[in-house]
Design a protein around this ligand. Structure first.
Ligand code: GLV
Ligand code: MN
Ligand code: MN
Length: 419
């Protein structure tokens, strides 16, 4: 008699990842605009995303809540209630005109993995978090959700204003949160065994290696600034070139200085992604220009030195052009090392799925950078097409999505807390 094959001990219910990809598409439709994805912190789309993803968490058997910072938290108990948890997750907010995998892939894959566990009791709880803010698009300071959960949220940030003048405090209240209760989002160290984030690579390394997944070693540190240049507005037809104090032209010089200075330091990067001249009329010399500056490096000393050099040069440019300058640092996060013991367990899961293990640093920022204040962290990266990210063309294959899901599943099932 031929006996039926023994059921695989940990068979995922959806090996094709078809449902995962359908859910990612459905979540991508929760957007400010009809023809693309933009979802910012504490917006009505954020609330709708929490409802949609919270429903999937509940279907997967998790107890679901929204914490005091607007993060969505699903919890699956272990062999008995109240055990410390393995925390998985990523963010549900996006940049403007975003791709659909950045952040969302990690949250939705973790939910699939939890559902795949079925009734099996583990010696630890699992929590899946959909952070409300990682990108920092609305208030310029990033990772407001993960910082609140990690207990490092600085309450003075509540005075930050979005482009429309709404403070973070007001936005929280409008979302139905109590800003004075924000500290309640913070979790206790003893309740979190580790934080593990699964994310698209957002770069070209895995594709070049011909590998679907990789283990992150460390995440680059980052700093952001708002620079305001004040010159003199005037008539574009009457003021001779030599008598102008054009704030936008000064800003243009600053942008070039950022490119030159960062370009001279290995692995450092600097970006001006926002530049707003005002009053913004064809026939008016820009009297004011406000721009953002984002500086990163794997080495914190290089990053701070590059940022200081760029800002010194901006001040010199402003002085030479008789233009006022005001610089505000809106954000700083140190580089973050991923815990070797967690990297080892992720590597074992990758090898068990039949892949060569490659370790790589992350140039992009991630919630793990904030979570490291609470727990040891690690990250699993998934290959994305041509490394394109923060762009609607962000893309992954169904086969890779299934691989990433299997690897994360295997990591969870074999997870051993640090002794
Ligand atoms: C987030 O994606 C960042 O790296 O800015
Ligand atoms: Mn991003
Ligand atoms: Mn991200």
């Amino acid at each position: 008699m031929i006996s039926a094959p023994a059921p695989s001990r940990h068979a995922p219910p959806d090996p094709s990842a078809a449902r995962l990809l359908e859910r990612i598409d459905a979540l991508a439709r929760v957007s400010e605009q009809a023809d693309g994805l933009t979802r910012v912190y504490l917006s009505s789309q954020h609330a709708e995303a929490n409802r949609l993803v919270g429903g999937w968490m509940a279907e997967a058997g998790m107890a679901v809540r929204v914490d005091a910072a607007g993060n969505l938290v699903g919890r699956r108990e272990g062999v008995r209630p109240g055990l410390p948890c393995l925390m998985l997750g990523s963010h549900l907010d996006s940049v403007r005109n975003a791709g659909r995998y950045d952040g969302m892939l990690g949250v939705l894959t973790a939910i699939e993995c939890v559902e795949a566990l079925g009734e099996r009791a583990l010696p630890f709880a699992i929590e899946v978090v959909g952070f409300g803010d990682e990108e920092g698009v609305r208030f310029q300071a990033t990772m407001l959700g993960s910082r609140a959960l990690a207990g490092t949220f600085d309450p003075t940030l509540l005075d930050l204003r979005d482009a429309g003048g709404t403070t973070l405090r007001e936005a929280m209240a409008a979302f139905g949160l109590d800003p004075s209760a924000l500290a309640g989002a913070a979790r206790r160290r003893e309740d979190v065994l580790a934080y593990v984030e699964y994310h698209i690579e957002q770069g070209p390394v895995l594709e070049a290696e011909g590998l679907p997944v990789g283990v992150v070693t460390a995440i680059n540190g980052q700093q952001r600034f708002r620079v305001q240049l004040d010159g003199m507005a005037g008539h574009s037809g009457t003021v001779p070139m030599r008598l102008r104090q054009d704030a936008l032209v000064a800003a243009a010089e600053c942008v070039l200085a950022a490119e030159r200075i960062a370009g001279a330091v290995p692995d450092a990067v600097a970006t001006v992604g926002q530049l707003a001249p005002s009053p913004g009329a064809t026939n008016v010399i820009p009297g004011r220009a406000v721009f953002s500056l984002d500086v990163r490096s794997p080495r914190d000393a290089d990053r701070t030195q590059v940022a200081a050099a760029i800002l010194d040069e901006c001040r010199a440019i402003a002085a030479r052009r008789k233009i006022g300058i005001e610089v505000v640092q809106t954000h700083e996060l140190a580089s973050c090392a991923c815990a070797p013991w967690l990297q080892d367990q992720l590597s074992a899961a990758i090898a068990a799925d039949g892949h060569r293990v490659v370790a790589l640093p992350s140039g992009a920022g991630h919630d793990a950078m904030a979570m490291v204040a609470l727990a040891d962290v690690a990250m699993l990266f998934l290959r994305c097409r041509e490394g394109i990210s923060h762009h609607p063309a962000e893309s992954i294959t169904a086969e890779d999505a299934a691989t990433g899901m299997r690897v994360l599943q295997s990591f969870i099932e074999h997870f051993e807390p640090r002794r």
